[in-house]
Design a protein around this ligand. Structure first.
Ligand code: ADP
Length: 488
């Protein structure tokens, strides 16, 4: 069996890779864009040519009106036959698409052969066309399926109105957009292939940091967390991803370091009483002569066993608490009454330690919390304050209400904590070096305090100076409902 995390093989098939998919979107986008542009260009050329053609027809319309006269129902072209240019113009007009009929369309006065190929309109069609006030523009098809642009309207001569239509073949004009489209669409696959290459290159360049990130992530293991990918300085999403990844690795590194430290501390903490027990039992076994000697050894061993089980119990509870298995029973708790109660309980130990324990507490101060855990918090803070103050010292507990939180202060004028040790005092098993603690605490009390404050959504701050004393400032959220009255 092969152990270890499976390594992600370099993207198994190219077509499944992000680079390929990005390139495909690129190609798709360009294909749609270029095809649409091709059609738009072709239609624009066609429209422009049609516009130009309608202008030419408009000019011819004016010429026809200038040269054409109708006398006794006969169409007469009036021009200077001696002028070859004029003759050619008139000849051209008569030969191109041209028809002249009476207003009702029943009698055709003159029609060119070209016009016959697109079909002479019936009288009904002519009446219909003339019913519109504007001159009519139509695209008609001749017998050879070629398109012809026709303008029709009325012409007045000698007080009589006639129907006149002239046209021009769109054949040549139609060829241009089609030729453009043919060449353009023939060249299109080359353009698409170039866009594909460009897309492949751009996607590859954009994905390089991601691939590097994946490679580095593959090398990350619990024993090798000293990795950090340099950012490219572009300040973009990829740089953000790299920074996030580096931060994650750093958090993992810190977490694993803490776990390592914790395991070392636990084994050290458990080893000391275990070694002591073993020593005591061995000494008793080899040197004890009287029952009294055995009894002494066993009492000492029992004390160490008690300390061992205290450590194990506290650790179990702390890990349950921190993993969320110790749910808080939230209710409105009168912190004033609770603090007074704990202060009272500590009066005798304080007297024994020759420490004066005072309090400054208003009659009622409601917080939202778990009574048992709040008791534990007060207990730990007050026992520490008395423990680390010493004979002749003074400890004060006070509670004050603020707008949206309640402040609990536990201050003493005892040994204090040097600034360099302050950041560690909430760590498990941490004891400030050089502190005089006759009870030899477990170093877990403040870890509990920190968890309780965090679980209540509060904050804790410590102000301390070596030799001058310490001040623990706890902020807890105020209760919204009234306190639950406890039945004694
Ligand atoms: P311990 O069981 O050793 O008291 P804690 O977690 O409660 O463990 O406290 C951690 C360390 O912080 C203590 O060992 C002590 O050195 C220091 N400390 C805590 N409270 C005070 C205080 N009021 N004055 C001075 N030092 C303190």
């Amino acid at each position: 069996m092969k152990l270890g995390a499976p390594r992600i093989s370099a993207v198994t098939s190219v077509t499944k890779g992000l680079r390929f998919r990005l390139m495909l979107s690129y190609v798709l986008f360009f294909t749609v864009l270029l095809v649409t542009m091709g059609f738009i260009f072709r239609e624009t050329i066609r429209t422009l040519l049609e516009k130009r053609m309608s202008k030419v027809i408009d000019e011819e319309w004016g010429s026809v009106k200038g040269y054409l006269k109708i006398e006794r129902g006969q169409a007469m072209w009036m021009y200077d036959s001696a002028d070859p240019e004029e003759a050619a113009i008139v000849e051209g007009l008569r030969r191109s698409y041209y028809i002249l009929t009476t207003l009702d369309g029943k009698k055709v006065l003159e029609v060119s052969n070209s016009y016959r190929t697109i079909g002479v309109e019936t009288p009904q069609e002519i009446t219909q066309l003339l019913s519109q006030p504007q001159p009519q523009w139509r695209i008609r098809t001749d017998s050879r399926d070629q398109k012809v642009m026709v303008r029709s309207g009325t012409m007045v001569d000698s007080g009589q109105t006639y129907f006149l239509a002239i046209g021009r073949s769109l054949d040549e004009d139609q060829e241009l957009p089609d030729t453009f489209a043919r060449y353009y669409f023939a060249f299109l696959p080359v353009l698409i292939a170039i866009s594909g290459l460009l897309g492949w290159y751009t996607a590859g360049k954009a994905l390089t940091p991601v691939i590097e990130l994946a490679k580095t992530a593959q090398d990350v293991s619990s024993s090798n967390l000293n990795v950090s990918i340099p950012t490219r300085g572009a300040g973009d999403e990829l740089d953000h991803l790299i920074v996030t990844f580096n931060n994650m690795v750093e958090r993992l590194r810190n977490g694993i370091e803490q776990i390592r430290q914790f395991s070392t501390d636990v084994s050290h903490e458990l080893r000391t009483p275990l070694t002591a027990i073993r020593g005591q039992l061995e000494v008793a076994l080899f040197t004890a002569e009287t029952t009294e000697n055995y009894k002494d050894a066993m009492v000492n061993a029992l004390q160490d066993v008690e300390r061992l089980s205290q450590i194990v119990r506290a650790l179990l509870m702390l890990s349950q608490a921190e993993s969320g298995q110790l749910p808080l029973l939230r209710q409105a708790v009168n912190l004033s009454a609770l603090t007074l109660d704990i202060v009272d309980q500590f009066q005798i130990p304080a007297e024994e330690a020759q420490v004066s324990l005072v309090s400054d507490i208003p009659p009622e101060c409601l917080v939202e919390g778990d009574r048992v855990q709040l008791e534990r918090l007060l207990y730990n803070l007050l026992s520490n304050a008395i423990k680390y103050t010493g004979a002749g010292g003074r400890v004060k507990a006070s509670v004050t209400t603020h707008d949206d939180y309640v402040e609990l202060l536990v201050e003493d004028n005892g040994q204090g904590i040097p600034a360099e040790y302050l950041p560690h005092i909430f760590d498990r098993f941490y004891r400030v070096p050089g502190h005089n603690d006759p009870e030899k605490g477990l170093g877990l009390g403040l870890s509990f305090v920190a968890w309780i404050v965090k679980a209540h959504g509060g904050t804790i701050e410590v102000q301390s100076e070596a030799g001058k004393g310490s001040k623990f400032i706890v902020h807890l959220p105020k209760a919204s409902a009234p306190a639950v009255t406890e039945v004694a």
